[in-house]
Design a binder for this molecule. Structure first.
Ligand code: ACO
Length: 160
């Protein structure tokens, strides 16, 4: 079944069980396939395609009756900085509302300033820090921009 929403020229499609999971794209936002596999099979995946190429994705993972989390959001490097990330967040909010969830959550390393800005501009507010998340949940240290990732900032948006 196609679930689509339109904004500018972008359209999302829900990935069906028969579609190949685009790990290459998911790996832009998460470190390992092992980490992705912890949430991917219990999630809904929404993609943007251009011709046969999947250029963007987000992953919605239900936490409970009221809360759903964007576990992964990624845009192919060639297409970044064109407003697609912003559009995906709007689309995720629409999809979460349609599913009757009341709160949309998203987490990111406390060092990821670009992502934090993107989420805050979209109306998300930080409410928690998962201390040592990137140490406890990954077998190898993750270094980004010369900084070892440790804590994850959790943000949420009330959407009801
Ligand atoms: N430098 C600083 N801020 C930037 C930049 C940049 N180069 N590019 C985008 N932003 C910020 C700005 O706040 C921008 O808002 P503005 O246009 O009002 O200035 C905002 O992001 C939205 O920009 P978009 O063009 O919509 O973002 P984009 O399409 O590039 O998608 C995303 C953003 C998803 C973070 C993308 O860059 C990406 O895939 N990065 C790699 C994967 C990643 O880090 N994913 C998030 C991990 S956390 C998680 O998945 C839950």
């Amino acid at each position: 079944m196609k679930t689509e929403s339109k904004n500018n020229s972008w359209v999302t499609r829900k990935l069906s069980k028969h579609d190949k999971i685009p790990y290459d794209l998911l790996l832009l936002a998460d470190e390992t396939v092992e980490a992705i596999d912890k949430y991917i099979f219990d999630s809904d995946l929404y993609i943007i395609e251009q011709k046969d190429l999947v250029i963007a994705i987000y992953v919605l993972y239900p936490l409970n009756k009221n809360e759903i989390e964007i576990k992964n959001i990624a845009v192919n490097e060639t297409f970044q900085g064109q407003g697609i990330g912003k559009f995906l967040l709007q689309d995720a909010e629409i999809k979460a509302k349609e599913k009757m969830y009341k709160t949309l959550l998203i987490g990111t390393p406390d060092t990821a300033f670009k992502q934090l800005q993107l989420y805050q501009k979209a109306g998300f507010e930080s409410f928690d820090i998962k201390k040592d998340f990137f140490i406890d949940n990954y077998s190898e240290p993750i270094i980004e921009n010369g900084i070892q990732l440790k804590d994850m900032v959790m943000l949420r948006k009330i959407i009801k």
